[in-house]
Design a protein. Structure first.
Lengths: 205, 205, 205, 205
């Protein structure tokens, strides 16, 4: 069976690539004349650390989402409307990530900290749900999948996403209590996925 | 016959992907120091609801246009200048969507409401006309199409776009009377297309 | 012989697609609170006509450049460093088009009119030269080209670009005298290319 | 063996293409009403020369990086997690280039000159290290590479990147002493690479 999803993957790659590259537009340089020497500039940049942290965190989060998207679509060979629109939902949320990132960058230091971290982690809860939806819709009809895929491989991908959900929800809950812990949890989850993704890949392909 | 339209589709996908992702740049975060706590931020975001509505409406409208573009070009195998420029017209209008979206976001609440909704729905009337033009130019010469395509399939695609036109024009007319009804009509049309696209796809391929 | 230029074309398509879509960012909506009703908005937009003109002119200019790029690379099968960098020069100039476009949009009405039209048309002179350079570098070694290409086809493409050069230079010279004539010349050249491109295509392929 | 890295290359091309095209957003046109005639505009643009220099320098630097990325991935046939993330690191740094470029453009003239040149050249030291890491990770397992690649070809690519490192570090050190020399060194390295890349290519393919 020929793979039908080439143009969906190409379009999705485009959206991921643009969303990840637009993040840099939130790194603002100091206003003209507000800086008189190199020291001023370094102090300005040091005070901007939440902006750099948000940039790095969001860049690698979208990158890992792209890796996961890549992995799921390696198993999907046909498409129907349901898959089309679950994928559209993922792309919508991914393209929107720069908004909570900009909020986090500007308001992580200060009284609105809990709210911006909750919006930020909440976005990832939604993205996780959208990935779960995509795989649920694709895997309930084996005719859409790569011929010869094993039930074990289907289940492994399913579990991979399902296990992420409670962790994101815990990160969301922490945002109301100790916001910085939320970000550490998300960072930890990404490192875990980065390290474990090699093994998962081997067993499903 | 080999498909000649690969690079046109690749370029078009690029324009669609960028146009859809640039929409997020119209979600503005509050000015520095205008927000002192999380409550202020939530009130700011609540007041910005037309911005979020316009973002969601335009994102999924471009997404559905891309799905339709995808579907039309699955049937087009050769290209000539006329197709090239009808496609260029579609891309021009799609890339311009962020302008009426930004107008809608800023002026939907207020006295300019009718004008911005008319510009917004008018853009979709034009895009619908451009799609009709593309399919008219492609389908009048069957040598340009997928070998073996049936007349019935050609007609089905033709009708699919033609039926959209009066609905968009009705939405445009409503903008001068009750602007919010226009947006509901457009939203309704998209949901209809999303739900019906599965069936159309099956019968034409 | 296998075509080696796939990834160059893909990358170039990306740059063209982004450059053409970023143009919309120069369409500015009115400042908040500067507009109180729909009439104000229409007057604001009417006064902005050079912005819309510049947007349309630049969009279709980049689009035609992409069509031409597409056509040249259909004939190029191998690549060397010289082709790589001539192509890089084209992409550099294409990505820069939004700057003279923004200048034209803001200063076409007023005393700086000649200067902005000269910069705008001068950019197209440079792009034309870069296209001539690319085809010169590719066509002097027939081993780089599509196997079986005729000398007549090579010459036709060569002439196609060479004839554009004096027209662009005339448009550049007019900018110092009657700037609006320059824009009409450029518009006329594009319409000519759009209409003639079908015939050229047929005879070279 | 089939090449598995197609979608990684496509996504990377997207990020390179967007990063290179977004650079133009840092070319600012003069504020409305700050210019009354063509002469004012030319003076404004003349004073902006560091902006144009930074734009050109960064455009061609990213372009050469893309050429190198292209060349490395022609040799990589399989992928693992380590390659995925080394590539992610390169893309992260490439997408960030517009930030040091904007700093260089605004503060090269003035007392913060050393600091902005150090940040700018420092970014290229990091990118060079990331390319070294990618090739180190890919080449230590010959099963990941193009079947039949010679040890000599592997070493040549390795040396190509390794030799760049000390030059970038020297440029970085000069930024604290005579910042303009740093930029000349980087420019010289790019011209050297542009001229030498033809030969390297021939011997490795």
């Amino acid at each position: 069976m020929e793979k039908e999803t080439g143009r969906i993957e190409g379009f999705s790659d485009g959206v991921f690539a643009i969303a990840i590259t637009l993040l840099v537009l939130d790194l603002h340089i100091p206003e003209e004349n507000s800086i008189t020497n190199g020291n001023d500039l370094l102090i300005f940049m040091k005070n901007q650390w939440p902006t750099f942290l948000a940039f790095i965190l969001s860049f690698f989060s979208i990158f890992i989402m792209w890796v996961n998207h890549h992995k799921i679509f390696k198993q999907i060979y046909s498409r129907n409307s349901a898959i089309m629109f679950a994928n559209g939902l993922i792309l919508f949320l991914v393209s929107a990530v720069s908004y909570p990132t900009a909020l986090l960058a500007r308001y992580f230091n200060g009284e609105a900290s809990s709210v911006v971290v909750a919006i930020y982690t909440g976005t990832f809860v939604l993205i996780n749900l959208a990935f779960n939806l995509l795989w649920f819709l694709a895997s309930r009809d084996k005719k859409l999948l790569r011929p010869g895929i094993t039930d074990q491989a289907i289940k492994k991908i399913h579990n991979n996403y399902l296990y992420g959900l409670p962790v994101y929800i815990i990160a969301l809950l922490f945002s109301f209590w100790i916001p910085s812990v939320s970000l550490i949890i998300i960072l930890g989850l990404w490192i875990f996925w980065a390290l474990s993704s090699g093994k998962i890949e081997m067993s499903t392909t």
